[in-house]
Every structure is written in structure tokens, then in C-alpha cells.
Design a protein around this ligand. Structure first.
Ligand code: GLN
Length: 245
């Protein structure tokens, strides 16, 4: 955190990587910090702008293959995010995020591009687009409850030994039909949109804990619990319907 104790949340390339309202992840972090009396500001970094290395949390959203290719080039040319990771900043990468943080990714058109090398992973185009609701069971005791979200991606991701999966898939595809997302140091990646943090406040609080060094006080927001329960039920209904054929 900065000396004036305002948490800075970098919203990385929302003009390229912002499908399905992924900017909402930054809003949720800011709100959940503010509700605990911790000032926080969102720092949008658009295409063409330098990437500051001093922010506390970096939020990267999803995008189409072309946008993702432009984004990775921009982030290679402006390595503020990579410097921030070396310093121990907290990072959330969604969908295209998990792919471009890895060693390389192969797009749907067969072209392979180098990634940022921030996590031990590679991504390749899968046999079909994975589209729909996802439920997954968090692994490694990172947080309680089910992980819920929406996926729409062609890519599939294979993790190397330095990265561990975020969750085990029970409904949907995630990385490969078995596991979902990646965790390496203070980087969390997921295929889940929704956006993911409004739908999974426990993940938002984990990122806040990593960024501030303090476990955040619980928030009493029954409406969120109710919305989550509805989402989980809806995802469950999708699978029940498809398994009935
Ligand atoms: N372009 C990537 C894919 O299709 C990521 C998509 C996304 O971010 N939703 O796999």
C-alpha cells in the first residue's frame, strides 16, 4: 500500500480486455475496501498508456484473440505489470488474462504468441468454444464456498509445476474440463467472467488481504448471499438439464 494508505487498483487495458463487464472486478475491490474504511482508487490504463509499476492490485479482464494479441504486445513494451509482480503486487487475470500471463498461447487461427511469463502455463485452442455457467470447488484452502461464473473461450490452459489450479471444475470447462484457473505467488487467474468478483466476494477479499497484508473484516451483505445462491442454483439447473439430454 502507498504511504498515504490509499489502495491503488490498476484497471489494465479496459479498452482491449473488458468483455462481460470485467471492469466490475475493480469496482468491487474499491467498494469492499471503502466499506471497511480503506480509501481506494481505480487507475485505468488504456491502450497506448504506460503501465505504472507502483499500484497495489492489478486487474486484467478478458478479450477476443485480436484484442488479446494487441494487449500482450503493449504489456511487453510497457513492463510495469511485470515489475509490479516482481515487487509482490496482487494480480487478478480473467480469461484472456490467464492466457497472456503464461509462457505462450496459441490462438483459434493457429498463430502462437509469447505471453508475459508471469505464471507457469501455456494455452492452446480447444476443439470447441467453452460457453456457459461454471461451478468449481476452490482448492488449497484459499477460500470457502463454491466458485461461480460464466465462461466463453476457445483456449485451454495447461499448468506447469510452479502454478497450481484455483479450483476443481464441477460444472463447465475452465482450463481443461478438470481444473479451473491458476494461482502463483500473489497472482490469481480464472476463466470466469460474471464479473467474477461480484459473484465471488470471498475471492475479492482474498485479493484485498494479499494487497493490504490484513484479513478484511467480514461484511454483512445478505443480498449478495441471496444472489450467489440463485446463481449457483441456475448453474446447477443448466447441468441437470443437459445431463437429461
Ligand atoms: N480469446 C480468448 C479465447 O477465446 C479469451 C476469451 C475471453 O477472454 N473471454 O480463448
Amino acid at each position: 500500500m502507498r504511504s498515504d494508505s490509499t489502495v491503488q487498483i490498476a484497471l489494465v487495458l479496459p479498452d482491449l480486455l473488458g468483455t462481460y463487464g470485467d471492469f466490475g472486478n475493480a469496482v468491487v475491490l474499491q467498494k469492499r475496501l471503502a466499506w471497511r474504511g480503506i480509501p481506494a482508487e481505480i487507475v485505468p490504463i488504456n491502450f497506448g498508456q504506460a503501465v505504472p509499476e507502483s499500484c497495489d492490485i492489478y486487474v486484467v479482464g478478458g478479450g477476443e484473440d485480436t484484442a488479446q494479441t494487441l494487449a500482450v504486445k503493449h504489456l511487453q513494451d510497457n513492463p510495469g505489470l511485470q515489475h509490479a509482480v516482481r515487487r509482490g503486487a496482487t494480480v487478478l487475470g480473467v480469461c484472456a488474462g490467464i492466457q497472456l500471463f503464461g509462457d505462450h498461447f496459441t490462438r483459434a487461427d493457429g498463430v502462437t504468441r509469447p505471453g508475459l511469463g508471469l505464471i507457469d502455463s501455456t494455452s492452446h485452442a480447444g476443439p470447441n468454444r467453452a460457453i456457459g455457467e461454471v461451478l468449481a470447488k476452490p482448492l488449497g484452502g484459499l477460500f470457502d464456498g463454491v466458485l461461480t461464473g460464466f465462461e466463453n473461450h476457445q483456449g485451454r490452459t495447461t499448468l506447469g509445476p510452479a502454478a497450481r489450479p484455483l479450483a476443481q471444475v464441477t460444472v463447465g470447462t475452465g482450463n481443461d474440463g478438470k481444473v479451473e484457473g491458476a494461482v502463483q505467488g500473489k497472482i490469481v487467474c480464472t476463466y470466469l467472467h460474471g464479473p467474477v468478483l461480484p459473484r465471488n466476494p470471498q475471492l475479492a477479499d482474498l485479493l484485498i488481504e494479499w494487497a493490504t497484508g490484513t484479513k478484511p473484516a467480514p461484511l454483512d451483505l445478505p443480498i449478495l448471499d441471496q444472489l450467489r445462491a440463485e446463481r449457483v442454483k441456475a448453474a446447477q439447473r443448466t447441468t441437470d438439464a443437459s445431463s437429461r439430454g
